[in-house]
Design a protein around this ligand. Structure first.
Ligand SMILES: Nc1ncnc2c1ncn2[C@@H]1O[C@H](COP(=O)(O)OP(=O)(O)O)[C@@H](O)[C@H]1O
Ligand SMILES: [Mg+2]
Length: 298
């Protein structure tokens, strides 16, 4: 057994009397992309700040790369890359200047790596930070987190504000990190991106880790909504008997359907009709995992 790259034990943080996170025990293994999923306010940022010793726990322990971040902070910072949720960069410096400054602090950064990442992300390094859009600033933050090729990348909602093409580039970069045997821990409140990218997912709700699942396990419990637009009204009853279908309501020639797990049986049932359109909805986290949260998910 190799040492987990991230290990927390009973990690708990109260801000005064208000809950940050409660009893989070979690292990992330080398070479995986681990998604840390939860709605706003669930405690994702709190957990990440505790991992990096930016704040101190009320109770519990953290190990990163086998090190204690409270004691071995310098070693941890050398080997870990971090993108904060709210990035603060010197507004009057250009991207290039910010990155040079950060690279000098680190010492182990190659200019080629900065250039490679900037090219991939199409980051404009010549303009002052204050003139950049949120998404373009985020690119600078991503380069800063990755430029020293860290063993562990910790990203707090990295895709926020990125346009979809750049999101795809980021996903590719993270997959490359994994291919090299390095590890990624990233938080998100967006289910599809976590499903696309991650090996395993931890789901945080109201400060508690309610599930740690493989992505295929997650897909088996997630509830999704789809609308089938048919060429005329149909009886919803047969659809209610389709495996995985949890709910069907008919409105004119449209069926609104909630389905858990695989869509395949539903699609095959739909194929017996004339389907004019299928509308799928980005699953709402709360809804997708309601069964999980109630504790009767399987
Ligand atoms: N500095 C703080 N002071 C007081 N409460 C905080 C502070 N930071 C976060 N919280 C609270 O802790 C909870 C978790 O927040 P956070 O970790 O930011 O969640 P997330 O990143 O999942 O949106 C929220 O209820 C939030 O209001
Ligand atoms: Mg957050």
């Amino acid at each position: 057994m190799t040492t987990p790259v991230i290990q927390t034990e009973g990690l708990t943080k109260y801000y005064g009397r208000s809950r940050g996170i409660i009893e989070v025990s979690l292990q992330v293994e080398q070479g995986e992309i681990f998604g840390f999923l939860g709605p706003n306010g669930a405690g994702k940022t709190t957990t990440i700040r505790l991992l990096l010793d930016l704040i101190r726990p009320t109770r519990g322990h953290v190990r990163l790369l086998g090190l204690n971040p409270q004691r071995d902070g310098v070693a941890v910072r050398q080997r870990v890359g971090y993108l904060p949720g709210e990035l603060a960069l010197y507004p009057d410096l250009t991207g290039q200047q910010v990155l040079e400054y950060a690279a000098r602090l680190r010492k182990n950064v190659s200019q080629d790596e900065i250039a490679r990442l900037a090219a991939r992300l199409e980051a404009d390094l010549r303009r002052p930070i204050r003139t950049l859009s949120h998404g373009n600033r985020q690119k600078i933050g991503i380069i800063m987190a990755m430029m020293h090729r860290p063993e562990l990348l910790i990203l707090d909602e990295p895709t926020t504000g990125l346009d979809p093409l750049v999101q795809q580039v980021l996903y590719e970069l993270l997959e490359e990190v994994r291919r090299e045997g390095r590890t990624v821990f990233f938080s998100s409140h967006i289910l599809p991106e976590v499903e696309r990218l991650c090996d395993r997912v931890g789901i945080l709700r109201e400060g508690r880790l309610v599930a740690v699942e493989t992505v295929s396990g997650l897909k088996g419990v997630a509830v999704r909504r789809i609308d089938l637009v048919l060429d005329g009204p149909v009886d919803p009853q047969p659809f209610r008997a389709v495996p995985g279908v949890r709910e069907v309501t008919a409105a004119g020639s449209t069926l609104h359907i909630a389905v858990q797990g695989s869509m395949d049986p539903l699609i095959k049932a739909a194929a017996q009709h004339t389907v004019l359109n299928i509308v799928t909805y980005e699953p709402n986290l709360e809804e997708a995992f309601l069964a999980f949260y109630r504790g009767d998910g399987r």
